[in-house]
Design a protein around this ligand. Structure first.
Ligand code: DX5
Ligand code: ZN
Length: 219
């Protein structure tokens, strides 16, 4: 079985010590950087934008997984490619022509991800699943770190896994929001490939150790 990937969410880092926190991830057992970009319209919060991402990428030595929580993301696909994003995830709810958006992301040399809100049924991805490299199942309502995990997520992972298998697709399943050592194993058992963890990692006493423990738990 492929090992579960851990993607700490930089949203929960200390922005006054951003380089320190980026180096922590570089030197840890984490696999990816999860980067949340919010526009204050699609979600009721604004995180950070291009200059901050540029500086993160300058120091980061691992895969850059960008989660766009913005309306009309097509406007910025090239910008995020030029900034060094490896995976670009757009929201299903924010794309009128999702199929076209996915092709545009791939044309820029990135992996294409689709995030779905807690209210969005996974069956809506049936017709595009073969074009999607990663589905990010939101296990909280997007916009903020530190929220409680929504239990219905397990069911969605299982349903999505069935769709992936049925279509002979190679899509990865990422879970984003409220991930802790309490739900990590059950998420992986349901079919998750990547776990995003923000507060659980960064608000812990020793983030490096917390990442080690998560990895050990899932190995
Ligand atoms: C929420 C973001 C998440 C968030 C996760 O809108 O997409 O990536 O940073 O944070 P935690 O792990 O604290 O729920
Ligand atoms: Zn996210």
């Amino acid at each position: 079985m492929t090992p579960t990937l851990i993607a700490p969410s930089v949203l929960a880092a200390d922005f006054a010590n951003l380089q320190r926190d980026v180096e922590m991830i570089n030197n840890s057992q984490a696999d990816w950087f999860h980067i949340d970009i919010m526009d204050g319209v699609f979600v009721p919060n604004i995180s950070f934008g291009m200059p901050v991402l540029r500086d993160i990428v300058n120091h980061a030595t691992k895969t850059i997984d960008v989660h766009l929580m913005i309306i009309d993301p097509d406007r910025y696909i090239k910008t995020f490619a030029d900034l060094g994003s490896n995976i670009l995830t757009v929201h299903y709810e924010a794309c009128t022509h999702l199929h076209r958006t996915l092709q545009a992301i791939k044309d820029e040399g990135m992996k294409a991800g689709v995030a779905i809100n807690p209210h969005t049924n996974v069956s809506l991805l049936e017709d595009t699943i073969k074009d999607i490299d990663l589905v990010c199942i939101m296990s909280v309502n997007p916009g903020f770190g530190g929220q409680s995990f929504i239990e219905n997520t397990y069911k969605k992972i299982k349903q999505l896994k069935e769709i992936i298998i049925r279509n002979n697709a190679h899509t990865m399943i990422e879970i984003d929001g409220g991930v802790t050592n309490k739900n990590a194993q059950q998420l992986v058992d349901a079919g998750a490939d990547v776990l995003v963890a923000g507060s659980y990692v960064f608000k812990s006493k020793n983030p490096t150790q917390t990442i080690i423990e998560l990895k050990e738990l899932l190995s």
